[in-house]
Design a binder for this molecule. Structure first.
Ligand code: DC
Length: 210
């Protein structure tokens, strides 16, 4: 079973994806980390983030990059990831790696922005996880504070809105729900409620498309 989870920043898709993977015993790939890792290489190198050639070599060399998750998960890296992710050549360089992950015999759970539309269009189940920008900003602020970042709610909300606009407005694989995705709005749900709803969607899809 391939489970494709897409949605905007801080919608809860990462937590849902991790919990579904644990529930079904499937490997999980947080594809945002790939773009964050490309951004990290570019930030460490210095120079413009939107330089297509430099970003492309960073994407091609990704397998050799260290995945220091704590640093990758910071707010600055999310913003920079959104910039490099808008470069078509960067996306193209990362497609095979993601498709190979999705094609594992036992199945897989992938979360990102274009999993149901581009990476795994034949996924068994596609969930588009969303929530209001205000709810997402509150969650992201709590998460970043827990990681020791000094953060202002208004700044986080502005960052979320800017990222939504960039991720949805780009021409290469923009953030959008696949036609056959089920939308799950987590604005009024806690983590357990969101997971239960996602699980119900998976179980329904499994009956139709094992
Ligand atoms: O999910 P995230 O916040 O870790 O993603 C960081 C950025 O990477 C996001 O703003 C857009 C980009 N991204 C993408 O374009 N496609 C994906 N499949 C995953 C992330």
């Amino acid at each position: 079973m391939i489970i494709a989870i897409d949605g905007p920043a801080a919608s809860g898709k990462g937590t849902i994806a991790r919990r579904l993977a644990a529930h079904y015993g499937l490997p999980h790939l947080d594809t945002g980390l790939l773009y964050r890792a490309v951004a990290r290489v570019r930030l460490d190198d210095g120079g413009a983030l939107d330089d297509p050639q430099a970003a492309l070599s960073a994407a091609r060399g990704l397998a050799l990059t260290e995945f220091d998750e704590a640093r990758l998960r910071g707010a600055a890296m999310g913003e920079a990831a959104s910039v490099v992710a808008a470069i078509p050549a960067v996306r193209a360089a990362l497609v095979d790696m993601q498709r190979r992950f999705a094609a594992q015999a036992k199945g897989a759970v992938l979360d990102g922005r274009d999993i149901g539309t581009v990476i795994a269009p034949d996924a068994t189940v596609k969930i588009f996880v969303t929530a209001s920008p205000e709810t997402r900003a509150q969650r992201r602020a709590l998460e970043l504070r827990a990681h020791g970042e000094t953060i202002d709610y208004a700044v986080v909300l502005a960052d979320i809105r800017r990222r939504d606009e960039r991720d949805s407005g780009r021409s290469a694989a923009p953030l959008k729900a696949a036609d056959d995705a089920v939308t799950l709005d987590t604005s009024e749900l806690d983590i357990d409620g969101a997971f239960a709803a996602a699980l119900a969607i998976c179980e329904r899809a499994r009956k139709h498309k094992p």
